[in-house]
Design a protein around this ligand. Structure first.
Ligand SMILES: [Zn+2]
Length: 267
């Protein structure tokens, strides 16, 4: 064999070995919460695509209720290991101090019909545990009496499965594989108040479609609503609490639209 050919073959095989070592180093590296390395990002994308496929096999109305075990059962090999790894990491590792609520599905859910809002926006079918729904209805009766308008449920109860789907969807498509950024906006499954069967959260939207986050809206748009001022003055009487005020200690972004149910003990 000519020495030049030999040289090329040796260089090529060394290059391939180096690439394999490089991939292996990234594969075994600890998860970087600031930005996933390219191997972990590839697994995250695979998890998201599998979740998306499973979710779209359900009618739209039932997607808020999908059990997390159904989504996980569809994952194979590295994707399953990667998803388990992320789901078993407490969010405080990603800079967020929220308590664990539940990954069990709620029962006793009330179905709320779709509401058409201004500019062809709509709420979609929503669900709330019955005790939360009853207090929501009472509160809106009082708000309507005072203001002549009310707030609708833009997002109510979401299963841990729905939350897992949203978590990976935003991680892959919006927050560029940064777990830290993603966690400021999308709770880890089990850590969302929307998935708490007892202290369920509601994201509110006004009849004009103001929810503080859709399209080009900001939190200030929701904060300016008379409905928001009314909530601040009256929600406690109906067992609703603003979860994430401005600069909250949990490390979650300010969410004036997000209120959770908690029995008001009057203290
Ligand atoms: Zn919310």
């Amino acid at each position: 064999m000519k020495s030049s050919v030999k040289f090329i073959l040796i260089s090529l095989s060394s290059f391939i070995v180096l690439v394999i070592i490089y991939i292996a180093i990234n594969y075994f590296a600890p998860i970087n919460p600031d930005r996933l390395n390219f191997v972990h990002a590839y697994f995250a994308k695979g998890v998201y695509e599998s979740f998306e496929k499973t979710m779209s096999s359900y009618p739209e109305n039932e997607r808020a209720l999908v059990d997390i075990r159904v989504l996980l059962a569809e994952l194979r090999g590295n994707e399953r290991t990667f998803a388990d790894n992320i789901l078993n990491t407490p969010p405080k590792e990603f800079g967020i101090k929220t308590p664990f609520y539940s990954r069990q599905n709620a029962y006793d859910l009330v179905r709320i019909d779709n509401v058409k809002l201004k500019d062809s926006a709509e709420t979609g079918i929503q669900y709330l545990p019955s005790h939360v729904y009853e207090d929501y209805e009472k509160m809106m009766k009082a708000m309507s009496a005072d203001l002549g308008r009310k707030l609708y449920v833009d997002s109510g109860y979401r299963s841990a499965g729905r939350q897992a789907y949203l978590f990976f969807k935003y991680l892959v498509n919006i927050y560029d594989f940064s777990l830290k950024e993603n966690c400021k906006w999308i709770a880890m499954p089990g850590y969302s108040e929307h998935g708490s069967p007892e202290n369920t959260a509601i994201d509110f939207v006004s009849e004009d479609g103001i929810n503080g986050f859709s399209g080009s809206q900001s939190a200030a748009d929701f904060e300016r609503l008379p409905e928001f001022r009314w909530l601040k003055a009256n929600a406690a009487k109906f067992n609703f609490v603003l979860s994430y005020p401005y600069k909250n200690s949990a490390g979650i972004n300010y969410e004036p639209w997000h209120w959770h149910w908690a029995k008001n003990t009057g203290s």
